[in-house]
Design a protein around this ligand. Structure first.
Ligand code: P53
Length: 476
């Protein structure tokens, strides 16, 4: 007997901008992902002022899922997927973001995509905003630093909830909303919130303001969804990297606790509908003057999420230092290497036990159903001359994580809805823009420089995952 319930949602996850391509098709507008060039490990993606000639923008074509989705969904069905997590590119529905009427061609594309999934009994699980907001909202409004974005987002949410309510039951509002806790780098502020900072600008309060508007927009979207159809389930989406103390020195422990506060208060607001006191005290200590109205507080309290979706790839570690008496967490400075775990080629710490820990952490804090909507191993895969790819390291990574997830369910009693490994088909890396950082069960013949036939080919992990699903997690 498997510990996973009979309708456990096994599947895979992607995001529109990382696989669709067709960046100008069907009336689609330019998104923030369309102005990001390819980078590499330790080479940041460049965020250009609009689309410039001569630059390599990997998301423009991506893996051309826009034209090939039928072939890809057939392969997902062959693996036995029960669900498929993707996002709706906001720019296909509202190309600039501030229109009053949606773009019918974009709506039709997702109708067709969802119908194709449902044809195979695959349930679509949809993220509303996954690092792909309209670029026009950045240039004209300053991104999420502007309160007006709440209305634009809620309008978008309302249109898609109404249109797809009979095809899509499970939704999430903002992908990895807490990534922007890492506000010193340019990547997360831009991909999460369309934020571009002025030189010398105090970044931190801007981040909190943008996150606040997003949390209000998320809560209002939850309310709208319930009005449209009470059977819709709306979750949040959190990037979970649990932060361990490097040692058991009391100050390291306190540093880790503070770090967890600073990275995960977003979840408290989504789930409990109000700010935790520690973050309000922090705002007061730092004298951040944030625009948080009484009306916002009411919206937050009325739009609590139904479940917690989260990604899990790695754990972090931190330690106290003498130059930081308040033990404040700064993600660009406070992380240290964990000597007890291995790292991927991109420096991500491999820690399956951390997944069990994370599941328990969420469950202990919030007692809401949990959904692992991303997990996986970004690696360099080598395709043999006969077309096969032996990605045994990926199988090993995922089997180890599923074992821990099973302990969390069977031994610890965590309520887990499903598991959708990231990048179930190779796609463009969000962090680096590379093709060579691959996650898929399906190999896609495309290289960093854009060359390749785009042909699809199952890897060794494809048959393995097929068995995992068939046995409901017993055969690992
Ligand atoms: P890539 C950082 C830390 C954890 C998850 O990431 C992250 C990031 C951003 O890089 O992003 C999520 O492609 C995200 C996906 C992304 C995936 O993890 O950088 O939701 O869009 O592709 C993997 O290896």
């Amino acid at each position: 007997m498997s510990g996973f319930n009979a309708n456990f949602m096994w599947g895979g996850a992607v995001a529109a901008h990382q696989l669709e391509g067709g960046w100008q098709e069907g009336g689609k507008g330019v998104s923030v992902a369309d102005v990001m060039t390819a980078g590499a490990h330790c080479v940041a993606r460049e965020i250009t002022d609009g689309v410039l000639p001569g630059k390599n923008y990997p998301n423009h074509e991506a893996i051309d899922f826009y034209h090939r989705y039928k072939e890809d969904i057939r392969l997902f069905a062959e693996m036995g997927f029960k669900c498929f997590r993707t996002s709706i590119a906001w720019t296909r529905i509202f190309p600039r973001g501030d229109e009053t009427q949606p773009n019918e061609a974009g709506l039709q594309f997702y109708d067709d995509l969802f119908d194709e999934c449902l044809k195979f009994g695959i349930e679509p699980v949809i993220t509303l905003s996954h690092f792909e907001m309209p670029y026009h909202l950045v240039t004209e409004y300053g991104g999420w630093r502007n309160r007006k974005l709440i209305d634009f987002f809620v309008r978008f949410a309302k249109v898609v909830f109404t249109r797809y309510q009979h095809k899509v039951k499970y939704w999430m509002t903002f992908n990895e909303i807490n990534n922007q806790a890492n506000f010193h780098e340019d990547f997360a502020p831009f991909t999460n919130s369309g934020l571009k900072y002025q030189p010398g600008e105090d970044r931190e309060p801007v981040m909190y303001q943008a996150a606040h508007y997003e949390l209000v927009a998320s809560a209002l979207a939850v309310k709208v969804a319930r009005d449209i159809n009470p059977s819709l389930q709306i979750g949040c989406m959190i990037a979970m990297c649990p932060i361990y103390p490097l040692t058991c020195a009391p100050n390291d422990m306190m540093m880790a606790m503070n770090a967890m506060h600073r990275r995960y208060w977003f979840t408290d607001v989504h789930v409990r509908g109000k700010y935790p006191q520690h973050i309000l005290n922090y705002f007061a200590r730092r004298e951040f003057d944030l625009d948080i109205t009484e009306e916002d507080r009411v919206a937050l309290s009325e739009g609590c999420v139904d479940y917690i979706g989260f990604s899990y790839y790695m754990s972090f570690a931190t330690k106290a230092t003498d130059d930081n008496p308040q033990l404040d967490y700064d993600e660009s400075k406070s992380l240290v290497s964990n000597p007890y775990v291995q790292k991927s080629d991109w420096g991500w710490q491999i820690d399956p036990v951390g997944l069990r820990y994370s599941l328990n952490w969420f469950w202990d804090h919030y007692q809401l159903p949990l959904f692992i909507v991303e997990n996986g191993f970004g690696a360099i895969d080598v395709q043999q001359p006969d077309g096969t790819v032996d990605d045994s390291y990926r199988i090993e990574y995922m089997a180890a994580h599923i074992r821990e997830m099973k302990k969390a369910v069977e031994e610890d009693g965590v309520d887990l809805m499903g598991y959708t490994p990231w990048g179930c088909i190779d796609l463009v890396s969000a962090g680096t823009g590379e093709m060579k950082k691959r996650y898929g069960f399906i190999y896609v013949d495309k290289n960093n420089d854009g060359s390749g036939t785009l042909a699809r080919r199952p890897k060794k992990s494809f048959a393995w995952y097929q068995q995992v699903i068939k046995s409901n997690g017993e055969s690992l």
